[in-house]
Design a protein around this ligand. Structure first.
Ligand code: 3PG
Length: 394
């Protein structure tokens, strides 16, 4: 099986992957447009920033697994991968601390004007009066948009700064917020109104695309701080600029709308950069996080090679309910499962999940099947009458 690496990764990771498959091809030069031609018969595609479009998945002849060396999977066409039966796996939680550290860094950096003060000093200007205007963070309210692993890691750090933390996410409930020792905002606008600073930790998907626009920024307090280390597309950039100009919103950004994919590129959004404290999407780019991501990528690919099942797959449907689970204990003989499947097919029943385990001594086995609908009594009866079936349970 060939592994194609379409981004820059460490030599150590390449060496470890080479122990799994002799055919590891490193092409850090590839981008979204050249990948379709290069994918060929690769079984595993490893990417960090390189976009994987539908045309790459369609051009691939043997692709089984796409590994994203990071948390966000918005750079991969999940629909095309799911339609082609290609696993997409990510590395969740591995770079959480690195992103949380940068979010806190931007929060403090924005409040104290650290980047602008550095620039002033570098140009020979001592401007203590101009930069001595931080509001201070202790006792202030930090609103966290998105209460996943990164949001919670930021919350813990903010609490260490003695900030009051308020959280909102689509699935967060008041009870869960209490368990997590967080304040609860039932709606985004309530979070915006109540917060002295807001930090965003959401994944980018159809629901979160442009989630934060005029209504949200309109509800934020004047001179409040806004930090985004998640994805630029979650924010409406025009509404953000308006809020900076209209109410002196103070902003720290690590991510931008349509930011360049690679490590080195020209940057066009200099007008926005002139209004904010900013970094070029380096939230997850620490030595610690890079090493942890490399270890996780290896674990995903190793698991796939050993068991056929990669870890952390993001594009599988939720398992079916228990009502449609059929368990067949049977003698471990050739043909018995083929007969079971034939009987189910005759009733137009689709098998959605299936697992067969063999007991010690190899005499008997147990097969559990998840079906799209329950079989009729007649089919159950027919299954029970098979000479090699021991027991059938729905
Ligand atoms: C992630 O999704 O893991 C982070 O945003 C980092 O993205 P990057 O790997 O493109 O730096």
């Amino acid at each position: 099986m060939r592994i194609l690496i379409a981004d820059k990764v460490s030599d150590e990771l390449i060496a470890r992957l080479t122990q799994l498959s002799a055919q590891v091809v490193c092409r850090p030069d590839l981008d979204a447009d050249s990948l379709p031609e290069a994918i060929g018969d690769a079984s595993v595609l490893l990417v960090r920033s390189t976009k994987v479009l539908a045309k790459t998945i369609e051009a691939a002849t043997h692709l089984s697994l796409i590994v994203r060396a990071g948390a966000g999977v918005n750079t991969i066409d999940l629909e095309a991968a799911s339609n082609a039966g290609v696993y997409v796996a990510n590395c969740p939680g591995v770079n959480t601390d690195a992103v949380a550290e940068l979010a806190i860094g931007l929060l403090i950096g924005v409040d104290r004007g650290i980047a602008d003060a550095t620039q002033a000093l570098r140009s020979g200007k001592w401007q203590k009066k101009r930069f001595g205007k931080g509001q201070g963070l202790k006792g202030r309210t930090l609103g966290i948009v998105g209460a996943g692993q990164i949001g919670l890691a930021v919350a813990r750090r903010a609490q260490a700064l003695e900030m009051r933390v308020l959280a909102w996410s689509r699935s967060l409930t008041r009870e869960r917020a209490e368990q997590l020792d967080l304040g609860y905002a039932p709606a985004l606008t309530e979070l915006a109104q109540a917060s002295d600073a807001v930090t965003v930790h959401l994944a980018l998907n159809k629901e979160t695309n442009r989630l934060l626009g005029r209504e949200f920024f309109g509800a934020m307090k004047a001179r409040a701080i806004f930090v985004n280390t998640s994805r630029g597309e979650i924010v409406d950039p025009a509404a953000l600029v308006e809020a900076i100009n209209a109410k002196g919103l103070r902003v720290g950004l690590d991510v931008f709308d349509n930011e360049p994919a690679g490590g080195e590129a020209p940057f066009a959004q200099t007008a926005l950069a002139g209004l904010v404290t900013c970094t070029p999407h380096i939230g997850a780019s620490t030595d610690q996080a890079t090493e942890a991501i490399a270890n996780e990528v290896y674990r995903i690919v190793e698991s796939f090679f050993r068991t056929g099942q990669p870890l952390h797959v993001v594009n599988l449907r939720n398992p079916v309910t228990d009502e449609t689970k059929l368990v067949i204990r049977h003698f471990n003989r050739v043909g018995v499962l083929a007969r079971v499947l034939t009987k189910l097919r005759d009733e137009d029943i689709n098998i959605e999940e299936m697992q067969n385990s063999i007991f010690k001594n190899d005499k008997a086995a147990c097969c559990s099947l998840s079906l799209d609908k329950p079989p009729s009594d007649a089919t159950l009866q027919a299954l029970r009458s098979d000479q090699d079936v021991i027991e059938v349970t729905m």
